[in-house]
Design a binder for this molecule. Structure first.
Ligand SMILES: *Cc1c(COP(=O)(O)O)cnc(C)c1O
Length: 452
């Protein structure tokens, strides 16, 4: 039985593990070695054998360093069936956008510099023309996300003034975006009109006073009021706002740039339609249906966009060069809508046919079964969702794998094991089985490798 003297010194440990120092750096290895030596001394004090503790040391040290190097931010396989999953980072970017973002990260670029004149340029100029062309709007400004777009628009036109909203549109998006709270922070007074299920033109007209700054319309994408309902269509609301000389802001949320019914999907209002309906300003997200990085867009009247750009808040919510580059590349893909479903991952995934996904499920089921002994793996029909505030009941027919095992906790145990893979696999549990919706699985090999 040997004691403390069997333990090496920190310097001796460092001499013995050159490959760990190469991989993790001297500082991290030194710190971890000290912690491990402290733990070994404590164990010896409690009666453990010193030589045995010393022998375990290199292995434990390597394991500690490897564990510390693992990141939560590693690529995962999103087989939840929710294509735009906010908790999993929303849109996957197009190759063109990734290349543009990488280039912007690696070298200086003319972000606010005019290469023709050598004078100062505007960072939004890289996107304004494209946004106007794709939406028919007069002008555009770009901020950090759609929440910021709504905030700065409300602040610019509603600060210390009234903002009129229908009671049926006072939405919560999730992730702490609640319209009444955003309005309070924007410094505008919320004036609710109508009722939860019905709001009429006269409700808006009666609420307009000389204190009114704007009328807000919010696209209620994540829920639906059915039955005895009435809302004021955007063109009528735009006319009411115009007559009163106040701004009409239409928060579209997901705001598609193309008609999705072309690919067999449910129609979402497009930004161009919202512009044509006469709203003064329209806000929408960059990383929802648009399929780009996180961003918020405001498009509309030139004089109003100019006032938003003068708001000091603009500086606090502006975009960085990486996302501007990625957005420009993403928006350019929309100039060629015929190939959009091949080049824009969000659209490619959303538009995959159930037959195509079912064929993939049939192909993968026996291969996955071979990798998961003790489990039953069968192809199954399932239902995907768009996600990110789209109606949860508006599903897209899909297919995947249904994996079940012995014991009531089998799906939970399997889900935990899948989350722990070097490339984690995220599914969802339904009716006592784990479902892997294959809509977002581009390559069979990715799943097979993740399970191996
Ligand atoms: C999603 C959404 C927002 C928030 O957009 P982010 O880009 O997530 O900040 C605001 N309004 C509506 C209607 C939305 O759907």
């Amino acid at each position: 039985m040997s004691g403390f003297r069997a333990l090496p010194s920190v310097d001796q440990v460092l001499l013995a593990v050159p490959s760990l120092i190469d991989a993790h750096g001297r500082q991290a290895v030194t710190r971890t070695a000290r912690l491990r030596l402290d733990a070994a001394r404590a164990a010896i004090r409690d009666g453990a054998d010193g030589a045995a503790e010393a022998a375990r040391l290199p292995h434990l040290l390597a394991a500690d360093l490897a564990a510390a190097a693992v990141t939560q931010l590693r690529p995962i396989l999103n087989l939840t069936g929710t294509v735009l999953h906010t908790n999993l980072g929303r849109a996957i970017l197009a190759d063109e956008a990734i290349a543009a973002a990488s280039a912007a990260m690696a070298a200086p670029l003319a972000l606010e510099f005019d290469l023709t004149t050598g004078g100062r340029g505007q960072r939004d100029d890289h996107l304004r023309g494209l946004l106007c062309e794709l939406t028919g709007a007069e002008d555009a400004t770009i901020v950090n996300n759609n929440a910021a777009a709504v905030l700065i628009a409300l602040n610019t036109f509603g600060q210390d003034r009234d903002s009129i909203v229908s009671r049926g549109e006072l939405i919560e998006i999730g992730g702490a975006f609640r319209m009444p709270d955003i309005m309070a922070r924007a410094g505008t007074r919320l004036v609710e009109v109508g009722t939860t299920n019905r709001t009429h033109p006269r409700d808006y007209r009666d609420a307009i006073t000389d204190r009114t700054g704007l009328i807000l319309k919010v696209h209620t994408s994540n829920y639906r009021i059915e039955g005895f309902t009435a809302e004021v269509p955007a063109p009528d609301l735009a006319a009411i706002a115009r007559d009163a000389g106040v701004v009409m802001l239409n928060d579209l949320g997901a705001g598609s740039l193309v008609d999705l019914s072309r690919w067999g999907l449910r129609r979402e209002p497009t930004v161009a339609e919202a512009v044509a309906e006469g709203a003064d300003l329209i806000t929408f997200s960059g990383d929802k249906l648009l399929g780009g990085p996180q961003a918020g867009f405001i498009v509309g009247r030139r004089d109003l966009i100019a006032r938003i750009n003068k708001n000091p808040m603009k500086r606090a919510v502006r975009l960085d060069k990486i996302r501007i580059a990625a957005l420009q590349a993403t928006l350019r893909l929309y100039l060629d809508p015929d190939r959009l479903d091949q080049r824009l991952p969000v659209l490619r995934m959303l538009s995959r046919s159930q037959a195509d996904i079912a064929a993939q499920a049939a192909r993968l089921a026996p291969q996955v079964a071979a990798l998961l002994p003790d489990h039953r793996v069968v192809p199954t029909d399932c239902a995907s969702q768009i996600g990110s505030g789209s109606l949860p009941t508006d599903t897209i027919p899909s297919a995947g794998l249904r994996i079940s095992g012995a014991g009531g906790d089998a799906p939970d145990r399997l889900a935990a094991w899948l989350r722990d893979r070097p490339r984690p696999v995220i599914g969802h549990i339904r009716d006592g089985a784990l479902i892997l919706d294959l809509r977002c699985l581009d390559d069979d090999c990715d799943l097979l490798e993740a399970l191996t």
